[in-house]
Ligand binder design. Structure first.
Ligand SMILES: *Cc1c(COP(=O)(O)O)cnc(C)c1O
Length: 418
């Protein structure tokens, strides 16, 4: 069971709103750091453990900086994400470039930054070499395809567009070895929002087995495995968070059995989580503009799916707290909507909540990953601001809200000139 708490009181959030109007996302720095430290500690047995934060989850340099201070690197997959890492001061092998269908200029930039380039396909070896040069480290993304015995939890990776087949891995590493590459890594990422602890242990075992097979066959040694992302978070109160200590311990045992005892030590353990790192520590704060009763009861917020599109996109559950009514009984069923001219612009459907009044502050939980990041301008919606709640209780604006001038800035038309 995940307890849905808030890092601020009603009085505190009202004070914040006086300075920064709703809607906005606010991130809890203290809780984010605490979680980051827990993760690092859970893998402290590894020769070197490093989490590369998947920038796409929350691409704000202030958040990247905080995570970098906790020892995290950046997992990037586009030009803008590479430049964001660079401008935050994250360069070299603190960047993992895990992209697919990659344009040449992004490989050039990644190589220029000294990033670890994690290739998605065997044809990208020659494409990279031709357009940017040979990488220092040969690292490939593995797609295990149709299930091979012993792994019950991985879904249907053969349907995923990502990664090399097993045969292609051998061929690819051989090719790079013969070209003189001496450092190697292996990556996989097959799950998303996975809450089953065993999945992550199974994934590590699969990679450890593969490291052994490839090392033996090609007489190369691996520097690291990258376990990917996909750690789920308990969006629903009845969900349980992944047990990061259990996962760390179990992967540690697998490491002893499959790596240390086989003479493959040392092997660094990398990870590239996004959701688990910022998701639970970001909140979308909005205000009730309207109440409407027709065939259903509606609450209309000043936020819309342009601020958080996961419910509309995936039917995802996001917990909702009505400030000041935490202890009132949930007596009424509401659809909680935004103002977009799309009927799926709903944060919740048939949600039991306390009796809500116009002007109430509504907080949507677990909006710290793929929340603001997925924002868009459809229907003339301007992207909202992002705030950072410091451990000392002060609040800092880390991204201002867009203005109408931002909205019109890219138009080749003399708007507004009369
Ligand atoms: C999205 C993504 C991640 C992070 O996934 P989470 O589910 O947020 O942990 C990591 N690596 C790659 C390649 C991704 O596309």
């Amino acid at each position: 069971m995940a307890k849905k708490t808030l890092p601020f009181t009603k009085e505190q959030i009202e004070d914040i709103i006086k300075k920064y109007p709703t809607p906005f996302h606010v991130y809890d720095e203290g809780a984010m750091r605490e979680n980051a430290r827990r993760l690092v500690k859970a893998f402290s047995w590894a020769p070197l453990f490093r989490e590369y934060f998947a920038v796409k989850a929350a691409p704000n340099p202030h958040l990247l900086k905080i995570l970098n201070q906790e020892g995290f690197g950046a997992d990037c997959s586009s030009m803008a994400e590479l430049v964001l890492a660079e401008r935050t001061g994250i360069t070299g092998e603190m960047i993992m470039f895990t992209s697919n269908d990659t344009p040449a200029e992004e490989f050039v930039k990644a190589l220029e930054l000294g990033a670890i380039i994690n290739l998605d396909d065997i044809t990208h070896i020659s494409y990279l070499e031709k357009n940017a040069g040979l990488p220092e480290i040969g690292c490939f993304r593995y797609n295990p395809g149709p299930l091979r015995g012993g792994n019950a939890i991985i879904g249907t990776p053969e349907e995923a567009k990502y990664g090399f087949t097993r045969e292609q891995l051998f061929e690819g590493y051989r090719l790079l070895r013969d070209k003189g590459v001496r450092r190697f890594g292996l990556h996989t990422m097959i799950a998303s929002n996975e809450l089953d602890n065993r999945y992550f242990v199974d994934t590590a075992r699969m990679l450890f087995d593969l490291v052994r097979d490839i090392s033996k066959e090609l007489d190369i040694s691996f520097e690291f495995v990258n376990l990917g992302g996909g750690f789920g978070i308990p969006y629903r109160p009845e969900d349980s968070a992944v047990d990061i200590e259990f996962i760390g311990d179990e992967i540690g045992k697998a490491y002893d059995e499959l790596i240390r005892k086989k003479g493959l030590h040392p092997l660094n353990i990398y990870m590239e989580s996004g959701r688990m790192i910022t998701g639970p520590y970001g909140y979308l704060v909005s205000r009730v503009l309207h109440k409407k009763n027709t065939y259903k009861n509606y609450i209309g917020l000043d936020a819309s799916m342009a601020n958080l599109m996961r419910p509309a996109l995936y039917g995802a559950y996001h917990h909702i707290t009505v400030m000041g009514r935490e202890n009132e009984p949930a007596v009424r069923e509401y659809d909680v909507t935004g103002s977009l001219c799309e009927n799926n612009d709903k944060f919740a459907i048939n949600r039991m909540l306390p009796e809500v009044e116009i002007g109430d502050i509504v907080v949507i939980h677990d909006a710290g990953a793929h929340g603001h990041a997925m924002g868009f301008n459809y229907n003339g919606k301007l992207r909202s601001s992002e705030l950072l709640l410091r451990p000392d209780g002060t609040v800092e604006l880390i991204r201002r809200a867009e203005t109408l001038d931002d909205y019109f800035a890219t138009l080749e038309f003399p708007v507004g000139k009369r």
